[in-house]
Design a protein around this ligand. Structure first.
Ligand SMILES: *Cc1c(COP(=O)(O)O)cnc(C)c1O
Length: 399
């Protein structure tokens, strides 16, 4: 018997356990100080009432012979796939329900999509990066090359046509940087993917946070994407579904790479290893796309975006460089006085009681930066902002 040796190559991810342990130490040392947590990569507001009512009604259907449901449709229930297609149609995009696959979330899909591609592929990742893309690539034995984000490119690295890639991951709006590619930039990425005959895996988990009407929400807004891209999305951040679990992936039937239909391959893969998202959850998810559902989730998104705005304003006042926060629930900031990510984390925590997420945890290009999340209560954000406005790190610099 041999284990998957690629899986053994995964490095331990200390980021979130290390943050948790430093926050515990802070609370133990200063039991009377308030901890202002701006480090959470998870929604904090409860589900809108109308979604919970929908969920209860769907559960009730299971108690009656006329409405009971067993195994569902393989790709996801048609009512949900049609609702998702309508969601795209409202922005003038024609995505066919047949090209939509419902799942229990984006993370599963991002990992499972690795089943479709040979181990002998080069993966291109932006740096800093959502750790799932890197870890799943390593677990399936793929060679990874990085493209550096920096202040110079506003943390929106562009393709280098002289670098070869077979699989490209993009996340826009980005976690961790909150930066968003514009239409011209995505068009260049699509051109690159087509030229490389690569597959572009586009993670749109934060598209519902986009405020600027000129920014693209979907890779399928770009001509040619249906020949080279598939899109992963999720209700986790759009509708507070991180604990409920529902997402989807669009795999166009037009997508033929290496002589194979990725749509057919993904259908076969899902039918083999997945028995569908719970009916109760799919009903609830469909409610999200109704007018009342959208209104309810938009209120929560607006709340988080106001939080992001308050954080940004405070950082501007303090003269600290930041990006993100305008079209994403994350603000990405430069540590003052050349502190490294963890030094800045410790200083913010111990002097101000503010917790962020060290940028170095998202890759080497994140060193010297920190991520603030707007997933927090207004009170927490306002208190943190008041302290940040007068942030003073004079005399503090890296060892
Ligand atoms: C939160 C998040 C998701 C959503 O993942 P789920 O598994 O659907 O909860 C996807 N991509 C990124 C970059 C995220 O931050």
């Amino acid at each position: 018997m041999k284990v998957n040796h690629y899986a053994l190559q995964l490095e331990n991810n200390y980021l979130f356990s290390e943050i948790a342990s430093r926050l515990r130490a802070f609370q133990k040392e200063y039991p009377d100080r308030t901890l202002l947590k701006c480090s959470i990569g998870d929604v904090t507001r409860p589900l809108p009432r109308i979604l919970v009512e929908t969920m209860k009604n769907a559960a009730e259907e299971m108690a009656h012979p006329e409405t009971f449901r067993g195994y569902g449709a393989e790709q996801g229930e048609l009512f949900l796939r049609e609702a998702i297609a309508q969601y795209y149609a409202k922005r003038g995009l024609s995505v066919h329900p047949e090209d939509i696959f419902v799942s229990d979330g984006a993370k599963s899909d991002l990992g499972n999509l690795c089943d479709l591609f040979d181990a002998d592929n080069t993966v291109l990742l932006p740096n800093p990066v959502y750790p799932v893309y890197y870890d799943t690539s390593i677990m399936s034995g793929r060679h990874v090359v990085f493209l550096e984000g920096s202040q110079k490119n506003e943390f929106l690295p562009m393709p280098d046509f002289s670098v070869h890639a077979d699989i490209i991951y993009l996340c826009s709006p980005n976690n961790p940087t909150g930066a968003v590619y514009n239409r011209e930039q995505l068009a260049e990425w699509v051109a690159y993917a087509l030229e490389q005959k690569a597959i572009l895996l586009f993670d749109a988990a934060y598209e519902s946070y986009i405020q600027d009407a000129s920014l693209p929400h979907s890779i399928f807004e770009i001509e040619g994407a249906e020949q080279c891209a598939l899109e992963i999305n999720s209700l986790s951040k759009m509708a507070g579904f991180t604990g409920v679990r529902c997402g989807w992936t669009v795999v166009p039937r037009t997508l033929v790479l290496d002589g194979a239909s990725l749509h057919q391959m993904w259908f076969r893969r899902m039918a083999t290893k997945y028995n569908g998202t719970s009916y109760i959850i799919q009903r609830t998810a469909a409610k999200v796309f109704t007018e009342e559902g959208q209104q309810a989730v938009r209120e929560d998104i607006a709340y988080y975006m106001e939080n992001a705005h308050i954080l940004k304003k405070a950082l501007n006042q303090a003269g600290i460089w930041s990006t993100g926060g305008d079209n994403a629930p994350y603000v990405w900031l430069k540590a003052p006085n050349n502190l490294d990510s963890w030094e800045f984390f410790d200083e913010l925590l111990n002097r101000y009681g503010i917790a962020g997420t060290p940028g170095a945890g998202f890759g080497t290009a994140g060193e010297g930066y920190l991520r603030f999340s707007s997933f927090a209560s207004r009170e927490t954000i306002q208190e943190a902002a008041k302290l940040l406005e007068n942030l003073d790190f004079s005399g503090k610099s890296s060892k």
